[in-house]
Design a protein around this ligand. Structure first.
Ligand code: UD1
Length: 364
């Protein structure tokens, strides 16, 4: 038996790890140990995903919780270092995405001489004010196996001098999860439960510090969302970070805009699938809307996922919320990006990743 340590910490990690764990079952001599850092801990931000995605209960939860980034990262490192000391026979650490847990555990592993595999390597926004960009660069720099979702990611890594022999283009494991669960998500018809007309409403999500932390900027975005509510019904599930900032502004909602708590995976997927358009600043949602063929408007100045624009349904609005209404009106007027899907976003990324992991540990 060879033990590998699979790390998850925050909401977007769970969908990426699930298909890898499933595919590893076909390599029975590999024993994955699932570690949750506890960066996200609420029922709605964590447990519901384990239940709905059929993820195993983590073998260990480090229960780190929220804090400013330095302290949160440091606490994850201390706890994960103790875990690696205990699991001295672990052969590999697998990290996914770009959250603080990803970088913290990659750093600890490399300092203990344990090889690191990074899933979703090579994405770059070229905006170093984004905490995730630092996490991506650091994690890729110390990784031994780099799994890329798209060819642009490979070019980014090559430009940074990373040996091409370490890089594997495998497709997108988050889209594996989407394909597995889409029938169940559709069967729940969450838009009917919420009284939203099929293909006749918008879904909005916002949580990037660059959009929600500055009260004046958030105020302008909330005005744009209120304007959107005059064009079509809007559903706005609110991330805890955003809820706290909105409460400080005293925003109570607007006509046509329904505010709700963060949603589980299946309801949110079902709601995106039946939406006319999605307005977001999330990275994962840019990819999920591309896979669903649903128009996505991204309220950011840059994206680390340009393939969702060149080969998907994403449009980058910039960071001025004045762009929201004209872009939404254009979609309502029939000017939607064509539906297409990037190569290898075919539901088999988890299998490809598991095969490379097995080979790297000596199983041909
Ligand atoms: C983190 C990730 C971000 C990812 C996002 C998805 C980093 C740097 N950021 O941002 O890349 O897109 O998760 O959600 O890793 N909170 C709760 N309950 C929870 C978790 C958080 O109430 O279960 C609240 C806390 O007040 C916390 C705030 O949300 O301070 C922010 O959480 P945090 O994990 O620090 O960052 P996110 O903004 O969620």
């Amino acid at each position: 038996m060879s033990e590998i340590i699979c790390v998850v910490g925050a909401r977007p990690n769970f969908m990426k790890m699930a298909p890898i764990l499933t595919a590893l079952k076909t390599h029975p001599w590999i024993r994955p140990l699932l570690i949750h850092t506890g960066q996200h801990y609420d029922e709605a931000m964590s447990r519901v995903f384990f239940t709905e995605l059929g993820l195993p209960v983590p073998d260990r939860n480090l229960e780190i919780g929220s804090d400013v980034h330095g302290k949160q990262t440091g606490r994850i490192m201390i706890a994960f270092d103790a875990l690696l000391e205990e699991r001295a026979k672990a052969r590999l650490v697998v990290v996914v995405g770009d959250v603080n847990s990803t970088m913290a555990c990659a750093l600890v592993a490399v300092k203990r001489g344990v090889p690191v595999a990074h899933v979703e390597a090579g994405l770059r926004s070229r905006d170093r004010t984004m905490p995730e960009e630092i996490n991506r660069i650091v994690t890729d720099t110390v990784s031994d196996l780099l799994f890329a979702t798209s060819p642009d990611a490979i070019e980014n890594l090559a430009q940074e001098g990373i040996d091409r022999g370490k890089i594997h283009l495998v497709g997108n494991p988050m889209i594996d999860t989407l394909k597995v669960h889409l029938p169940a998500a559709r069967a729940r018809t969450p838009h009917v439960r919420l009284g939203l007309p099929p293909k006749g409403y918008a879904v909005v999500t916002l949580h990037r510090p660059s959009n929600v932390d500055d009260p004046a900027g958030l105020g302008r975005i909330l005005e744009a969302i209120s304007g959107l509510g005059r064009l079509l019904p809007v559903l706005f599930p609110i991330h805890p970070r955003t809820r706290e900032r909105m409460a400080r502004l005293g925003f109570q909602g607007a006509p046509g805009v329904t505010l709700c708590e963060p949603l589980g995976y299946l309801d949110f997927l079902g709601l995106m699938d039946q939406a006319k358009l999605v307005l977001t600043d999330s990275g994962g949602i840019q990819e999920e809307t591309t896979a669903l063929g649903v128009p996505c408007l991204t309220l950011r100045a840059n994206t680390e996922r340009p393939i969702t624009i060149t080969e998907g349904t994403n449009r980058l609005l910039g960071d001025d919320p004045a762009a929201v209404l004209p872009a939404a009106s254009a979609i309502l007027g029939g000017d939607a990006p064509p539906e297409r899907s990037p190569r290898l976003w075919d539901g088999k990324a988890g299998e490809r990743i598991a095969a490379v992991l097995a080979k790297s540990m000596g199983d041909d």
